[in-house]
Structures are given as C-alpha cells and as structure tokens.
Design a protein around this ligand. Structure first.
Ligand code: MG
Ligand code: ZN
Length: 369
C-alpha cells in the first residue's frame, strides 16, 4: 500500500466541499470502529457458505450479518492464488500469484498492519490460522517475499514484524530450518512468549508478544484439531480486548484444502468450524460496540456445487438430496461473499474488487479526515 496515495486521496476527498460522501454514505454519518476482526474463509465461495445452511444443525452465524456484498477475486492472473488474494486484502494492490506483500513489479508495499502501527504503535495485531502461520494468507500481514514457498524466510519476517499475537501451525520453520539461524533465540530476543504445547489463555503482560505454534506445519483437519480455531480466536480477542484499537485476522485455512481435495465431508466440517468462530467474533462485537467484523474469502476453491442427485447416465434426477460436486481441483474465478457487521459495515455492501476491502477497512478505521 502506498500511504502517500491514500493520504492524498483522503485529502482530496476532504478538501472538496461537494464530496462529503464515501460509498454513498455521508462522511459525518460514518461510524468508525476502534477494532477490526477480519475473518477469511480460504476458498469459501457462495456454495461453501451455503453448505452451512444445509448441513449445520442450527441457523448459521452467517445469518447475523446485516450487510452483504460480493468481491471479484482476480489477481494479475484471471484466477488468483491465496498469496495474491491475501496481498490484495492486506496491501490493497493486485499482484502476481505467489507474491506476498509485493506489487506486480515486485516492489515492497506496506500492509495494513504496518500502516496502522505507523500511525499508532499501540494498535494491537493478532493473526490466527489453521494452516502454518507462515502460509500465504496470514503471511500477507507481515512478510514481503516473491514466493509463498519461502517459509523459513517468512517465519523470520514474522518474528521481526510487529504482530503481537499469532496462533497456528508452523513449528518446523522455527526448529527444523534449512539454514543455521537460531529462530528460538530470535523469538526470545523479540520478546515473543512461545507455546508449542497447548492453546491456553495466559496472563497477558503489556508489551509482550505471544505465539502459539501447535503443529509442525498445518494444523490437523477440523475433527482432529477439536476446537483449536475457536479457542485461538477467543484467546486473541481476549488478548486484544485491553487495547484501545486492534486488528485481528482469523483464517479458516482448510476450507480451501478440502476444495482442492474435492472432499465434501472435509469441506462441510471446515465451514461449520469457521462459522462457529464467526459467531464468537460477532458475540464480542455485539458486546463491545466498537468492533467491525468482516467475513470474506480470497477466492473459491474446487468449483464446489450443492448439486442435486443425478444418476450416472443422466436418466434420473432427485431434487430432494444434495450430492456435493466439484468441477476442478484448483481455484475458480467466481465472485465470493462479503459479510459485515458493526460500525463502518455499510461500506461493504455492493460488488467490487478484492483490493477495495483494504481501502474500505482504512476508511472505516481512519475516516476521511
Ligand atoms: Mg490460506
Ligand atoms: Zn488453494
């Protein structure tokens, strides 16, 4: 993100007396959140989200959002990967697949965490994922590399970043590295209190950073990892509660992996797990009153369809049973949903580019002054 351009465009807005609206909302009517909880369901297209309505036992938490939109997910390719998709959210720029925190010409670009911390170092930042914490989606909030595959380097950049709290997998990138850097010593130097055994809340100390790495690489799938994502998210929310302002990114990473596997059962469990966490974020936001919750996806994975039953020869159909089907083992370019709740949520309705998520979050937080 180019801060100069943002500040200039903000100034341009405020210096123009006739332009008092942003996304159709009067600037002085816009409520500004102090906190953002941003939930990314990796690979969660409209069908994936819909699955919660057919397979869940209760009304999904997705129903609790008053504002709904859709985003276009392309990177500089027609179909994005998770690195470029996450960079669009974190930095507000389209880039090439595989890139993290770099623009299409491989220039380093500032991400929202760096921007918010530069304005106010006290802003609390947390990242939670069910992948390795070095995986593409979370990595876009602290790293700048030409390839998402550089997990050792990405972990080093996490330690050197200003992220205050992180939870996910990725122990191997600390303890089994391909180089000779002692990352555990680096972590201690950086004031990171690391737990590799359990997802427990701690007596958070001011000024300390907290890390949880609970798997060698990615976390196990939903049934095996139990309520890890919920506990990690609740711990992050608890850690950030005392901060006046904060940014928390939570990723349901494996909705995407289930799509790649064309595995409907795995997908269903991952979406339901993610929806429970969405519920916890909303519960907090309802109580807090100053928290914006945004849920979206970087792209759709699998060409997942809640199809009706059809016999192999096509002669018989049954619209009373759903047989999940997939059209690809990769990603697709379908638009994906955006849900928003809380102050500033009005900004997120409509159909727009993935990079707008970044801009809308900044406008919500900073306003147009
Ligand atoms: Mg991901
Ligand atoms: Zn994927």
């Amino acid at each position: 993100m180019n801060r100069l351009i943002i500040l200039c465009s903000l100034l341009a807005f405020s210096s123009c007396k006739t332009e008092t609206k942003v996304e159709g909302i009067a600037n002085d009517q816009l409520q500004k959140p102090k906190k953002i909880i941003f939930l990314i369901g990796d690979g969660m297209g409209v069908s994936q989200l819909s699955s919660a309505y057919f397979y869940g036992e209760e009304e999904p938490n997705f129903s609790r959002f008053p504002v709904v939109g859709l985003i276009k997910t392309s990177s500089t390719s027609k179909i994005t990967d998770s690195a470029a998709g996450a960079t669009a959210f974190s930095c507000g720029k389209k880039t090439y697949n595989g890139a993290l925190g770099l623009d299409a010409d491989s220039n380093r670009i500032e991400n929202i965490v760096e921007f918010l911390k530069s304005i106010n170092p006290q802003v609390g930042v947390g990242l939670v994922a069910t992948s390795s914490i070095t995986h593409a989606t979370p990595a876009a909030y602290y790293s700048h590399v030409e390839s998402r595959e550089l997990a050792d380097e990405i972990m080093l950049q996490l330690i050197r970043s200003k992220v205050d709290f992180f939870a996910g997998g990725g122990k191997d990138y600390v303890f089994k590295r391909g180089d000779s850097i002692d990352l555990y010593a680096e972590m201690q130097k950086a004031g990171i209190d690391l737990d590799t055994t359990a997802m427990l809340k701690r007596n958070w100390e001011e000024g300390s950073r907290y890390g949880y790495l609970l798997a060698k690489d990615g976390m196990p799938s939903a049934p095996q990892r139990g309520n890890f994502l919920l506990r990690a998210s609740v711990a992050a929310i608890d850690f950030l509660d005392s901060r006046e302002s904060s940014f928390l990114m939570i990723e349901g990473s494996q909705i995407d992996w289930a799509g790649h596997d064309n595995n409907g059962e795995y997908l269903k469990e991952e979406v339901l797990d993610f929806d429970r966490v969405v519920g916890a974020a909303l519960d907090y936001a309802e109580k807090d009153g100053n928290t914006l919750v945004v849920v979206t996806a970087d792209h759709e994975t699998g060409g997942y369809t809640l199809a009706g039953y059809r016999s192999e020869d096509g002669s018989s159909r049954n619209y009373d049973s759903i047989v999940p089907s997939f059209s690809t083992g990769g990603h697709s370019s379908t638009l994906v949903p955006v849900l928003a709740y809380g102050p500033g949520s009005e900004l997120f309705s409509g159909i727009y580019e993935n990079t707008e998520i970044h801009r809308k979050m900044l406008i919500a937080m900073m306003g147009l002054e």
